[in-house]
Ligand binder design. Structure first.
Ligand code: ADP
Ligand code: MG
Length: 212
């Protein structure tokens, strides 16, 4: 067994089966460097390029901590755009395939509020959304983030560049203080340090240069 085999990690049988059926045989560098810590509940700042396998890097610890029998928002992922949120939701659903009935809901701008509010009333285990729309739901009282245990900021540098800092700060403050926070960014400029200071707790810092 190589140390980049997923079987080297403390994963559930269902997750290992999922990874095998997805054809994920070994971990990508960002996964190999972050998963031992994040599966142990560490916060994370990860700097890695597109295509490095960041979604599974946060999706695996997020899914492994979910209680499928508790119909409450336990995982929250923020992404800069609707397109990215939909890609992430698709990958999370694939990672959850062998786990009982996990509901992943996307909440992005450009879709009418009514059906989103209906879906929220019906319940979800994981929400993937853009900061603007999530803030809108918070303002209306149509989303409850008090049950979130895994908070993910995906492409954090892009979200900050797009002017979402205030929205992100509002959303983070609606989540419990006791949670795991995972921040992913292609770059690590000062404005990302500004996010990581207040939002993360002694994070593991991982930087991956090449893809493979
Ligand atoms: P990023 O968010 O870093 O741009 P993604 O999470 O979208 O990257 O992953 C890029 C591609 O690599 C996706 O098609 C995904 O299914 C695939 N992938 C992720 N992890 C693995 C792995 N361990 N083995 C094989 N393919 C993987
Ligand atoms: Mg991605």
């Amino acid at each position: 067994m190589s140390k980049t085999d997923f079987s080297a990690l403390p994963l559930s049988g269902a997750m290992l089966d999922n990874l095998t059926s997805l054809g994920y045989l070994s971990m990508t560098p960002i996964q190999a460097e972050s998963l031992p810590g994040t599966l142990d509940n560490r916060d994370l700042i990860a700097q890695a390029k597109t295509g490095s396998g960041k979604t599974a890097a946060f999706g695996i610890p997020l899914m492994e901590k979910l209680n499928p029998r508790w119909f409450a928002i336990q995982g929250l992922v923020m992404c800069p755009t609707r397109e990215l949120a939909e890609q992430v939701a698709k990958e999370l659903r694939r990672l959850a395939r062998h786990i009982d009935n996990i509901k992943v809901l996307t909440l992005c701008g450009g879709s009418p509020m009514g059906p989103q509010i209906g879906s929220l009333e019906h319940g979800a285990h994981v929400v993937v959304g853009t900061p603007g729309r999530l803030r809108d739901h918070l303002g209306r009282g149509t989303i409850d983030l008090s049950t979130v245990h895994t908070l993910v900021l995906d492409e954090a540098d892009r979200m900050v560049d797009m002017g979402f800092y205030e929205d992100i700060a509002g959303i983070v403050s609606a989540c419990p203080k006791k949670r795991q926070t995972l921040l992913f960014s292609a770059t690590y400029p000062d404005n990302i340090r500004k996010l990581s200071g207040p939002f993360l707790r002694q994070p593991l810092e991982v930087k991956v240069e090449s893809l493979h």
